[in-house]
Design a protein around this ligand. Structure first.
Ligand code: CO
Length: 148
């Protein structure tokens, strides 16, 4: 009886925070050129969805830099190619690329960044997230699943 009551009260305290957290997620990338997630669920009830990204490695930004780029899955290769040509000064994203829904800066080991996704723009999926640092997208990419 006491245990049940305690659980109920714990849930009522946690519920509002858990709800608020559904419009953001923590993503990590490492020196092995890997993200720790292969899919990110995004609820259409979120106006904006934030991916908080942490580079958990030690390597420098110009050697093992990571970013998070959001684009249609069908556009990844073309966005990546143009991004690589745009270079590190442009965070490996072609300036004004309308195929890019959102992207973070490029960070090195130990650094964090974030990207805010305007969810209303996700109308023509499927979408993916990937790292546009040269030669990273083959390993560093994942799907975005839109939820109600
Ligand atoms: Co990378």
């Amino acid at each position: 009886m006491y245990r049940k009551l305690l659980l109920a009260s714990a849930l009522s305290i946690l519920a509002p925070a858990a709800f608020a957290d559904t419009c953001s997620i923590n993503l990590e990338g490492n020196d092995l050129m890997k993200y720790n997630l292969t899919n990110i669920d995004i609820s259409r009830s979120c106006k904006e969805f934030t991916i908080n990204f942490k580079h958990t490695g030690k390597m420098a930004r110009n050697v093992m830099g990571h970013n998070v780029v959001i684009a249609r899955t069908a556009d990844i290769n073309a966005v990546d190619k143009d991004g690589i040509a745009a270079g590190l000064n442009n965070n490996y994203v072609k300036p004004g690329d309308t195929r890019v829904i959102a992207h973070s800066p490029t960070v090195g080991g130990g650094e964090t960044t974030s990207v805010k996704i305007p969810v209303a723009r996700l109308t023509n999926g499927p979408y993916s997230f990937f790292c546009s640092f040269p030669a990273h997208s083959a390993l560093m990419k994942g799907t975005i699943t839109l939820k109600p």
